[in-house]
Structure formats: C-alpha cells, structure tokens
Design a protein around this ligand. Structure first.
Ligand SMILES: Nc1ncnc2c1ncn2[C@@H]1O[C@H](COP(=O)(O)OP(=O)(O)OP(=O)(O)O)[C@@H](O)[C@H]1O
Length: 578
C-alpha cells in the first residue's frame, strides 16, 4: 500500500529528538509511527527493538493490523506492541525484586475487585500495603511500581533505553499520572514518539483517576519536544462527510452536514419498537455497505452501557418485523467488559467442575465463585456508576448464606443457589466436547433471574473452536481425568494471559460493544444506539455543553470508514444547536 508522505510526516520520520504527533481520528498517527519504525529498523543492533505502548487492547490490535500492512515479517520481529500494563508487568516480573527483595505476584483485576469491595478503609493505602508487605501488586499499581523501580535503579532504566532506542506512546492523552511517571523516566534515556488527540480523551474523571485534560501541556513543559500537527488530515473516511459530522457533534454547533453517509432512525417506544428498529438499522447498514462494494462488511453496533448492549444482542438473535418485512436474526460478536466477563467465566467454569464431578469441594467452590462474581459486579457498579450495586450486594449475601449452609451440612433454602444446583442436575450428561459442555452449563445460569448477569457477561468468553487456547486446555482436562476439575483455574490463566498480551480478534461481521471499547478500532459501518430509559447520548448530570458526551460520540461516529446510522428515541435531545 502506498502512503502519502508529506514534508511534516518526513520530518517526524527523520527526527532524532522526542516528537509529539497530534491529529484527529483517521489522520494517520499510527501509520506515521510505523513508517518511522520502518525507517529506524535497519539501524537497530542485535537485541534492540522498538517498544510501541498503547493504553487499550483495542488499540494494540489496531496497531498490529497496521503493522501487517506496513512492515515485513522480519521487520515485525523488531517491534514490540504492548499495553502499558503488559510492559509494566514484564518489568515488574523480572526486576520487581529490587523493590522489596521478594518476587512480585500479580493480582488480577477480578481478585482485586473482590478484595476491594470487602475492604473497609482506604483502598489506595491498602493496595500499597499489599505491594510492600506481601509482594502482591494490583493492576492499578503496575505503572507507579515501575516508576519507583526506574527511580531506584538507574541501571535498569538505562538498560531499557539501550534495549529500546525508540519508545512510541499511543493515545497519550489517555495516560494517567502513574503512566506518565515512568514514561517521563524513559524520556531521559531513549527517544520517544507521542501520539495524541486531545478530543479523543474519553477516560477522564471517574473512569480512570489521574487522566488529565492538560496531559499534553504537562508533557510539553517537562520535555523538549518537536510537535507536528496532522489535524487537517483524514484518511479513514476521506471521501465522506463522516468526520465533519462527528466534528459538528463535538462542537455542538449546527448545522450538521447533509450527507447520505450518516442516517438517523428514530423510534417511539422502548421494547418491541426499539428492538425492531435497531435490528432493521443493523440489517440496513450491512445492506448499504454491500451495495457500496464491501463483500464482507464490518459493522460496529455501539451504545454507552453494557445493559443496552445486552438488550441489542438479545434483539439481534430473533426475527423482527419492520417496515412490513421480516428481518432474520443477525449473527454477531460482543466485546464485553473483560473483568466482569472473566469472573462470570470463572463462575461457569466452576459449575462445569461441579457438574462433571459433584462433591462437597466442587459444590462449595461453585457457590464461592458465583459470590466472587457478585462482589466484582458490586465493585464495578460502585466504581463506574452503573445501577445495581445494592442488588449485587444482596446476591453476595445470598451466596454467602448458601456457603454457610454447606459448611454446616444443612440443605439449601429456596433461591438462586438451589435453583442453579437443580438446573445443573437436570441438564444432560456432559460429553467431553468443551464447546458443547460449556454451552450446556452456561444455559443452567439462565434458570434464575439472579444469575442472568453471569449468563450474559460470560458471553464474551470465547469457546468457539476446539483449537482455542481455552477449549484445548479444557479438552486436556477431560482427556486426562474424565472430568473438568481445574477448569476455573485454567480459564483464569488463559484470560489473564490474553488480557496482558492485548489479544483481541480482528473485528469480523457485526460486533457489539460500548463506545468506550470501540476506541482505536475501525469499521466499514457504525450503528450508534441511544436507549430510551438508559444509555443516553447526553448524560443528565453533565454541564449543558455536554463536552464529555460529545467527545465520546465523536469517537463512536468516527470509527466508520463509510456509513453510520444513529438510532435514537424520537424525543431525544438534538445533536447540535441549529
Ligand atoms: N499517509 C497516509 N497515506 C495514505 N493512507 C493513510 C496514511 N495514513 C493513514 N492512512 C490510512 O488511514 C486510515 C487511518 O490511519 P491511522 O489508523 O494511522 O489513523 P489514526 O490517526 O491513528 O486514527 P485514530 O486516532 O482514529 O485511531 C488507515 O486505513 C490508514 O491505512
């Protein structure tokens, strides 16, 4: 593929000093960074590489896809694309002993979430205590621990500089204080290239502490840096008005561009009217993209919250009538919240253990893992403002009581723990096919309203093919011991590994996810959905300019290369002031 390399792009490729590239969605920041890598690779000495750090797994995936377009297989070996967390954990895993004399242990976000909800006091202090006294390090402390390490050991920091003569920091506007802390250290020993778009700053505030609006000003005041602005470029949707539309929504000032590339579909009522409208919007988007010559179009269906995503997923699984026509179910994939999915997956895996080998230990473990899921759910709702913290708390108590009954040798009382056991008992016999057995056990979680969240959140745990890491590990368990005991542990190891490596599949067909999760991704079409009673485009608690909501909407709309449909309630607030 031929890339346009203008003078300012060439100046970034040739620069030997620190550089900052700013530009809007699709302006070519990632591409430019990789063109710079390509130019530098021949100069690397054996053992050296280029570190490309990104904040999100989605972005890692996007960068790897770009790598395949721009770099040869040999060149790709010289570049290490990682999430911040993965890089930090590697440093801590191999050198963390320098901090307190002992090898560090990683605490997964789900373990941390469960501990946090049960801890009465200042969690930040407690997480530091866990690190210092027990050598257990929470995800949120990875970056600050690496900063500490670099401060204490200049040798280690210098060595990092030798290993990586260029470090690229993607989506730098989203980095938090701790991430900036260790990156600042690296600036003293290696060349850095920062990529940023301040208007794609969607993690500010309660989402992630330490993410700041003035991150780029802090960078520029601390480090002598060459700045290049690609703000007027748009290669993603160059032939359309999509970015202009997204920018009008960002500013809030009308009029919106009149374009056939962005359509709105208004619905009147929640329930069936909503579901059939969304179903039609997705089908129509696929149809339009095929008409435009995309044989296998990729479409993202985006909404603000997980609950609406779950409802859309349910809608797409059944036929609907709309505009006098029947619309068939649409196969799709969901990108789910990783921590909740992983914990839900562990609950299902432990039920698989119980079903395959029913005894006191597997029975207790199953109820324990379900309780752990509700603890994480409670923590999630409390941290991210979702509804349901107190409901999750009630369910924690319900499963706690079930565990107490088991320990005292009493029978379970009526309720979700007992219903689940009965559903598992009534389910067909396991056959040793991990994909079929997983589905069977997961279905038992739809037997009680309490457990539907687990059923839904576990959807993203991928067990599609026998060749998947997870399926083959479960298969090995079955082959070696004729049951699935150990599944929950296996699942945790596989998912933690995926999370750290930033392994995410390339989007294919229709994918549902929150707008936050779509950041860094690119699709042929986007269907952006607003709920009537949940997941509004504009949050009620925001100041009237709705700056944060507008930034988020711009990220969602600008993921599209070719076509966008906005599905909104009829009475929704106008996107711009006309
Ligand atoms: N110089 C260029 N010449 C031609 N095409 C380009 C160029 N730069 C980028 N592109 C194309 O434009 C699209 C977007 O590029 P890229 O992902 O690098 O943008 P970005 O600024 O990193 O986007 P975002 O911030 O939205 O993630 C890609 O399909 C890429 O191949």
């Amino acid at each position: 593929m031929a890339f346009e390399i203008c003078e300012k792009r060439q100046s970034v490729i040739d620069a030997r000093e620190h550089a900052l590239v700013v530009g809007g969605p699709g302006s070519g920041k990632t591409t430019l960074a990789l063109l710079k890598c390509k130019a530098l690779i021949p100069e690397l000495t054996p053992g050296q590489g280029i570190m490309f750090l990104s904040f999100s797994r989605a972005a890692v995936q996007q960068i790897l896809r770009r790598c395949r377009e721009i770099l040869s297989k040999e060149e790709m070996k010289c570049i290490d694309v990682r999430t911040y967390h993965s890089f930090c954990w590697d440093v801590l895993h191999s050198h963390g002993g320098l901090l307190g004399g002992k090898r560090l242990l990683m605490m997964s976000p789900s373990d941390e979430g469960a501990l946090r909800t049960q801890f009465d006091g200042n969690w930040t202090d407690e997480s530091h205590r866990l690190l210092e006294q027990d050598g257990r390090v929470c995800f949120d402390l990875f970056a600050s621990a690496v900063k500490d390490l670099f401060e204490r050991s200049n040798h280690l920091r210098d060595w990092m500089g030798c290993l990586f003569p260029l470090v690229i920091l993607d989506e730098f506007q989203d980095s938090d204080d701790e991430q900036w802390g260790f990156v600042r250290q690296l600036c003293d020993v290696t060349q850095t290239l920062f990529l940023a778009d301040t208007e794609q700053r969607i993690f500010e505030g309660s989402f992630r502490p330490g993410v700041r609006a003035d991150r780029l000003d802090i960078l520029k005041s601390d480090v002598a840096i060459k700045e290049v602005d690609l703000i007027d470029d748009n290669y993603r949707s160059a032939d359309s008005e999509i970015l202009a539309y997204a920018n009008a929504v960002l500013s809030g000032n009308g009029p919106l561009p009149k374009t056939s590339d962005v359509k709105s579909l208004l619905y009147s009522y929640a329930g069936e009217n909503f579901r059939s409208s969304v179903h039609f919007a997705v089908a129509a988007t696929l149809g339009e993209l095929r008409k435009r010559g995309k044989e296998q179009p990729t479409v993202a269906v985006l909404a603000r919250g997980n609950e609406l995503i779950a409802e859309i997923s349910d809608s797409l699984q059944v036929s609907h009538n709309f505009k006098g026509r029947e619309w068939k179910p649409i196969p799709h994939d969901i990108v789910w919240d990783q921590v909740l999915s992983a914990t839900a997956g562990e609950a299902i895996a432990s039920a698989l253990e119980f079903k395959s080998e029913p005894n006191q230990a597997t029975r207790r473990m199953m109820h324990f893992k379900i309780k752990a899921y509700f603890l994480v759910k409670k923590d999630f709702c409390e941290r991210y403002g979702g509804r349901g913290a107190s409901t999750a708390g009630d369910r924690v108590s319900r499963f706690e009581r079930a565990i107490a009954c088991l320990d005292e040798g009493k029978a379970l009382r009526a309720g979700s723990p007992k219903t689940l056991e009965q559903a598992l008992f009534d389910a067909a016999t396991l056959i040793g096919d991990p994909v079929a057995d997983w589905k069977l056990v997961r279905a038992a979680f739809s037997s009680h309203a309490d457990l539907r969240g687990i059923f839904q959140d576990a959807r993203m745990v991928r067990l599609y093919r026998a060749s998947d890491a997870l399926s083959s590990s479960l298969s090995n368990l079955w082959v070696s011991q004729a049951n699935y005991v150990g599944s929950a542990r296996v699942l945790k190891v596989v998912l933690d590994q995926e999370r750290l490596m930033g392994m995410d599949r390339d989007p294919e067909g229709v994918t549902l996810m929150t707008i936050h999760k779509s950041k860094g991704k690119e699709f042929d079409g986007v269907v952006l959905v607003e709920g009537l009673h949940s997941s509004p485009f504009f949050m009620a608690h925001e100041a009237p300019a709705y700056a944060a909501s507008r930034r988020l909407l711009r990220v969602g709309i600008s993921r599209a290369r070719s076509f966008v449909v906005l599905v909104r309630p009829k009475k929704a607030r106008a996107l711009v002031d006309e």
